[in-house]
Design a protein around this ligand. Structure first.
Ligand SMILES: Cc1cc2nc3c(=O)[nH]c(=O)nc-3n(C[C@H](O)[C@H](O)[C@H](O)COP(=O)(O)O)c2cc1C
Length: 172
């Protein structure tokens, strides 16, 4: 299977609620190319419009192995899956790519996009993004004290905003 087996759509044609996709389904955030990449489960982020571009924003704590790949690559991908793949997402959200080969452990099949980034044969929807901007969460800017509870280790996320440059659909 290659990216050609997916249908390329306009991001505006995504026909699922983004909150459901992100909060309920979760996604795999991947960066790198087929020779060297990492992927991790994420469920914080969003889709929207910024600077007249369709964008994704996501949040990565600095200790994630994926962080290194997010930093050293211009592109990242956000891949969504059907419920049957929940075990794979659980594993990619629990164990680090520093410890195990997530691809071997999950049976996920990586595919390279025409632009050279990685997503998965099993994905139902993939958004390929070009990094536009990053910013680190600054605790002094929390307007609600309770948010601090997310950061007992003070490992503040780095936010990445990426322009959606391709959108591949494989909804059954
Ligand atoms: C449902 C779920 C959502 C997660 N969301 C995020 C997230 O948005 N940002 C983040 O930095 N880590 C998140 N994580 C934790 C990472 O997926 C986890 O630490 C993973 O093992 C990191 O892998 P890596 O070290 O190979 O990058 C989430 C985990 C789960 C199970």
């Amino acid at each position: 299977m290659t990216y050609r087996d997916f249908q390329k759509i306009d991001p505006k044609e995504i026909n699922q609620n983004p909150l459901t996709l992100i909060d309920d389904d979760w996604f795999l955030l991947s960066a790198g190319n087929l020779d060297s990449f990492n992927t991790m489960t994420a469920s914080w982020g969003g889709m929207g419009l910024l600077w007249n571009k369709p964008v994704v924003f996501c949040f990565v704590r600095p200790q994630r192995y994926t962080y290194k790949f997010m930093e050293s690559n211009d592109l990242f991908t956000v891949s969504f899956f059907e419920e049957v793949h929940r075990d794979a997402l659980n594993l990619c959200g629990k164990v680090s790519g520093r410890q195990i080969d997530k691809i071997k452990a999950t049976g996920l099949k990586p595919i390279e996009s025409p632009a050279g980034s990685v997503f998965f044969e099993q994905s139902k929807l993939m958004l390929e993004c070009r990094k536009l901007y990053f910013s680190d969460i600054v605790p002094e800017h929390f307007l609600v004290d309770k948010i601090n509870a997310n950061y007992p280790k003070k490992d503040y996320h780095r936010m990445y905003i990426g322009e959606i440059i391709s959108c591949f659909n494989n909804f059954k």
